[in-house]
Write a protein that binds this ligand. Structure first.
Ligand code: URA
Ligand code: SF4
Length: 334
């Protein structure tokens, strides 16, 4: 059980940091934005292995929910800065233009189960992040603000933030879960083996150039050891993704895997209950499908993925014959 005194201290820290930042914003006469709407969710995700799009026999039934990649109770790692008793103001990093950096989440006390109170503290902190995100008028300034983000503990273990890939010339945006090791090193989403399969889905399946679509993730920093994102991390990173979607303006969103699907659709259903149909979110179409890393492990689900992709193509006004057979070699990009 969490220590209620610690919980209260965490909430008090969040509230006072929020009040300090509100006072600072008040001096700049900038209004506070509305609270974030995303409801955090945990759930199954995918693992990794081999390649190929539609390389195996078709299956007719709707696919099962993805198996969990690793059991991840809602806990968060220790924060050295907090353990040292440092305050938000001492945490390095700040946004371009001199805006104060959000503090490391006060909810992230060492190895503790995160309580409702801690999630509420994260929601409060996310309002400040939302204000910073909303102040970014274009993708370049949003990318810069994200690269300076120290809102959650992932800032201490990342090599760099992973913002997005592609131009968005075609109004479709793929949203994965979080960067992996390769993405963290290269600063580009989906460049590993799962990325090779995603590239094949886009190029060989949809007949589009990878650079013409947008690819991003729910989290902009890599969770260590490829663990699942925590609820606190998702709450804190959501304002960046929301603003990113606003600035890019895709007509169709394709969440990849259960994490992204539940997150974008603000749903508690698992992927099996969400995929196979077109949803709507804030006037955009949302077509969830399997995470490519899961398809690498379960290639028999590729035909189901192809059905989802065809739904998305229908929304985009793209028609194309199903791809025959798998690719002989993964894209060199991945
Ligand atoms: N898996 C994801 O969800 N995102 C990436 O960028 C890479 C792998
Ligand atoms: Fe900030 Fe998101 Fe990175 Fe956490 S994961 S530090 S909220 S950009």
């Amino acid at each position: 059980m969490p220590d209620p005194r610690e919980e209260l201290a965490a909430l008090a820290a969040a509230l006072s940091a929020h009040a300090r930042r509100s006072a600072w914003r008040g001096r700049r006469k900038s209004p506070l934005p509305p609270a974030p709407q995303g409801s955090p969710a945990t759930g199954p995700a995918a693992g990794a292995p081999p390649t190929g799009f539609l390389g195996t026999a078709a299956r007719t039934s709707a696919g099962p929910a993805e198996p969990p990649r690793a059991p991840t109770p809602v806990t968060v790692p220790p924060s050295p800065a907090m353990a040292r008793g440092e305050t938000a103001a001492k945490v390095p990093g700040g946004s371009p233009g001199g805006a104060p950096a959000p503090s490391l989440a006060p909810a992230e006390a060492p190895g503790r189960r995160v309580s409702r109170l801690a999630l509420e503290a994260a929601e409060i902190q996310a309002r400040d992040i939302r204000a910073r995100a909303q102040a970014c008028g274009d993708l370049a300034s949003l990318r810069a603000a994200v690269s300076n983000c120290t809102a959650c503990s992932l800032c201490r273990t990342r090599t760099q933030t992973v913002f997005m890939d592609g131009t968005g010339k075609v109004p479709v945006m793929f949203v994965g879960e979080a960067p992996g090791a390769n993405e963290d090193l290269q600063g580009v989403p989906f460049v590993g083996r799962a990325g090779a399969l995603l590239t094949d889905i886009i190029t060989k399946g949809m007949g589009l150039a990878r650079e013409d679509v947008v690819i991003a993730n729910v989290l902009k920093c890599r969770p260590p050891d490829n663990r699942d994102p925590s609820d606190v991390e998702k709450i804190l990173c959501t304002p960046w993704l929301d603003r990113q979607i606003e600035l890019i303006g895709p007509r169709v969103l394709i969440p990849l895997g259960g994490h992204a699907a539940k997150h974008l659709l603000r749903s508690d259903s698992n992927l099996g209950g969400l995929r196979g149909r077109v949803h709507e979110r804030d006037g955009r179409k949302v077509v969830p499908t399997f995470h490519p890393a899961y398809l690498l492990r379960s290639p028999s689900e590729k035909s189901e993925c192809w059905k989802d992709i065809q739904l998305a193509m229908g929304e985009l006004g793209i028609s194309r014959k199903p791809p025959s057979g798998g690719p002989s070699a993964p894209s060199p990009r991945a």
